[in-house]
Design a protein around this ligand. Structure first.
Ligand code: PAD
Ligand code: ZN
Ligand code: ZN
Length: 383
């Protein structure tokens, strides 16, 4: 059984032994292990995870399409409570309810200082190190270091993050719901309302109706879109999509011609805003071609395989379309996550439709299986 050493001061000093799901090898189930979690160093925070969602980006690492060093502890969509803090931490204290941030907000880099930007230079995405900012790990298994993932690592009873990668949230917020504000909900909703800035009366197309795609739909709906076309190869996703505001559901498998031609015909020239929320290069170009040539905007949200490249006809952009990307919905994480949690508490949006399954942490691999087979939207693991 796990033994929890409780530190006597609010500076964590003891190593904690706890359960974590370790990704040892690509394309293999995660393995529940007892690991050691080191105390937080200066400007670091050790968090007891209460609930975490499973996002497709975690699976992208398991499948090898997203490069991040393994063995590692995946997971980046969570809520928890601060167990202890390192020296110099002023933004949170032990006992605070928090959400770890896979896009940090250091507040000092050029990106943090620019109101138009949200991708802080301190992020560990892209050419990921899988380490804390000081280049070391706080996780070991039998003394051997394990990598972190995306500045967060939440598939563990305890994690350590830098203090620029954690946001204090309302103490009353239900962790098993607001964990989705750590990734899926905020990413999708923000792609619509912040990155694209969908306008009232506009037409939208959302490619991929998983957890993030449905959150895009919620954002389009909240912004007052008059028509939202949902595209998915799994028709089982259509009922919920319609509940959330999709007006037309289409399955590319039902047509002989390219789906962009179908959408262009349906809308007499293309949508105002399209979103790729799958992570495939073909659907990225299809989404671009589906938006109106003079003023349409297409937003890439899906994470394409690390090694992939896109070939597309320059005429698609020459004629006036705009192509954008959106990481974490364009939100400045540390400042905006607490506000999104307050908005949830004020019932400005709901998270329930996105959560189809709740499982104990031990059943993490069942959650991954349901994501891969298309049976779930979001599975939330409870600790
Ligand atoms: P998901 O697997 O729940 O949803 C993807 C959906 O796409 C599923 O419903 C599939 O059936 C559907 N789909 C698959 N292939 C096709 C196809 N060829 N045509 C049409 N539909 C298809 O994933 P998710 O919602 O958790 O994540 C979606 C993507 O967004 C994924 O690539 C993930 O890595 C990325 C993501 N990006 C960010 C960000 O900050 N930009 C954050 C979180 C997730
Ligand atoms: Zn995610
Ligand atoms: Zn920064």
């Amino acid at each position: 059984m796990r033994s929890l050493a409780v530190s006597t001061s609010h500076f964590g000093k003891e190593v904690i032994k706890c359960k974590a799901a370790v990704a040892w090898e690509p394309n293999k189930p995660l393995v529940m292990e007892q690991i050691e979690v080191a105390p937080p160093k200066a400007h670091e925070v050790r968090i007891k995870i209460l609930a975490t969602g499973i996002c497709r980006s975690d699976d992208h690492v398991v499948s090898g399409s997203l490069q991040s060093p393994i063995p590692c502890i995946l997971g980046h969509e969570a809520a928890g409570v601060v167990e202890s803090v390192g020296e110099g931490v002023t933004c949170v204290k032990p006992g605070d309810k928090v959400i770890p941030l896979f896009v940090p907000q250091c507040g000092e880099c050029n990106n943090c200082l620019n109101p138009k930007a949200n991708l802080c230079s301190q992020n560990d995405l892209g050419a990921a190190s899988g380490l804390m900012p000081d280049g070391t790990s706080r996780f070991t298994y039998k003394g051997k270091p394990l990598h972190h993932f995306a500045s967060t690592s939440t598939f563990t009873e305890y994690t350590v993050v830098h203090d620029n990668a954690v946001a204090k949230i309302d103490a009353a917020a239900p962790p098993e719901k607001v964990c989705l504000i750590g990734c899926g909900f905020s990413t999708g909703y923000g792609a619509a309302v912040k990155t694209a800035q969908v306008e009232r009366g506009s037409t939208c197309a959302v490619f991929g109706l998983g957890g993030v795609g449905l959150a895009v739909v919620m954002g389009c709906k909240a912004a007052g879109a008059s028509r939202i076309i949902g595209i998915d190869i799994n028709k089982d996703k259509f009922a919920k999509a319609k509940e959330l505001g999709v007006t037309d559901c289409i399955n590319p498998k039902d047509f002989d011609k390219p789906i962009q031609d179908v959408i262009t015909e349906m809308t007499k020239g293309g949508v105002d805003y399209s979103f790729e929320v799958i992570g495939r290069t073909e659907t990225m170009t299809a989404a671009l071609a589906s938006c109106q040539m003079n003023y349409g905007t297409s937003v890439i949200v899906g994470v394409a395989p690390s090694a992939s490249q896109i070939t597309f006809h320059p005429m698609l952009l020459f004629t006036g379309r705009t192509w954008k990307g959106s990481v974490f919905g364009g939100w400045k994480s540390k400042q905006d996550v607490p506000k999104l949690v307050s908005d949830f508490m004020a019932k400005k949006f709901t998270l329930d439709p996105l959560i189809t399954h709740t499982l104990p942490f031990d059943k993490i691999n069942e959650g991954f299986d349901m994501l891969r087979s298309g049976k779930s939207i979001r599975t939330v693991l409870i600790f």
